[in-house]
Design a protein around this ligand. Structure first.
Ligand SMILES: [Fe+2]
Length: 351
């Protein structure tokens, strides 16, 4: 009990928009989501329904060096050609630094820093991390070169007190915590914005930080908060905005994904609200189509594949995603989607 209270007092100190008060404690507790035991069924069912999973025991096999010497030791031997982008200090100023300097800052324990987009697939770190178990279901990895860049398999480092302001990402995302503890607040982007909770990606911000109000957050139907701690693995649906606070120095890795169970709601969201990558000047206007085409090819191929192969892809959870879609989307939204030329390709195969 005291631990939760202390954690909320701590995040309130580092982020003035939280402003947690003792009288809110009971309501805060009611919104907590706890980590659970992993099963394939829970993972794919939650993907299909757009619900958060935090597993205590998701199968991840890290290298013996990480197990014996620790992740900091392995990370300090990272070989990269360029300096690494680091967000430094309370205002998260972007700097580029070499691994030796980053490693000694981490060792000293003085600096406040966050590394969020360290692509490690072509580095010596790759061999230490279990990438396969976080991507065997990922359509993005089987798609075009541009779709593959949306996967963003990256390594994450954050020191105690580092936090990222309210934002959302395009697809669903996963993160495995090798060591540390982060506290996440998550809510539906559009439910939040209707009630004045901003998202730096979707709504922009009025001041330095995205507007946030704890009482409002606690009243949202979609709001939840949770920890992701050492050994735990998060699967976060893409329709949820989030604010993330590092409680204990964090080392983790993960990526974005489109799977067969989340395909219908991901494509629907992109058509209805447009993907964030379209904000970039030279964005690829055919990317949704490319990703969908790969997914539909996989579905076609699986129709004559073994039961095991179907299960691996979560093919058996597509009907749950259809039922969820029928329940969750309004008549107006369904009408827009059924009239869309990209959605028509899904329509043909799923409905
Ligand atoms: Fe994020």
């Amino acid at each position: 009990m005291a631990k939760t209270y202390d954690a909320w007092k701590f995040i309130s100190e580092i982020d003035p928009t939280i402003n947690f008060k003792e009288k809110q404690y009971k309501r805060v507790k009611q919104k907590q989501l706890y980590s659970s035991t992993y099963s394939r069924e829970t993972l794919f069912k939650n993907m299909a329904k757009g619900q958060i999973s935090v597993f205590k025991d998701y199968p991840i096999d890290l290298s013996s060096s990480i197990k014996k010497k620790g992740i900091h030791d392995v990370f300090s031997k990272l070989k990269v050609e360029h300096n690494i982008k680091v967000n430094m200090g309370p205002s998260a100023t972007v700097k580029y630094k070499g691994i030796n300097e980053i490693s000694s800052m981490l060792k000293n324990g003085q600096a406040k820093l966050g590394i969020t987009d360290l692509h490690f697939r072509n580095t010596n770190l790759h061999h230490h991390l279990d990438v396969k178990n976080l991507s065997y279901y990922n359509v993005l990895c089987r798609s075009t070169e541009e779709a593959k860049t949306q996967e963003m398999m990256t390594f994450v480092v954050a020191t105690k007190g580092y936090f990222t302001d309210s934002h959302s990402d395009d697809p669903d995302g996963t993160n495995h915590c090798i060591k540390g503890n982060k506290l996440w607040l998550a809510w539906d982007t559009f439910e939040g914005s209707q009630h004045g909770i901003e998202d730096v990606e979707r709504t922009g911000t009025y001041g330095d930080q995205a507007s946030f109000d704890l009482d409002t957050f606690l009243k949202l139907k979609s709001s939840k908060w949770f920890h992701v701690k050492t050994g735990e693995t998060l699967f976060l649906p893409g329709h949820l905005s989030h604010k993330v606070f590092t409680l204990d120095e964090y080392y983790g890795y993960g990526s974005f994904y489109v799977s067969l169970p989340n395909l219908l709601r991901t494509i629907s969201r992109w058509i209805l609200h447009r993907p964030l990558w379209e904000k970039e000047i030279h964005s690829n206007s055919t990317l949704i189509d490319e990703i969908l085409k790969t997914a539909l090819n996989i579905i076609n191929r699986l129709e004559s594949s073994s039961r095991l192969e179907k299960q691996r892809w979560g093919y058996d959870f597509i009907p749950i995603s259809i039922n969820h879609w029928k329940r969750e989307y309004s008549t107006k939204e369904k009408k827009i989607l059924h009239a869309d030329s990209i959605f028509a390709k899904l329509d043909k195969i799923l409905f």
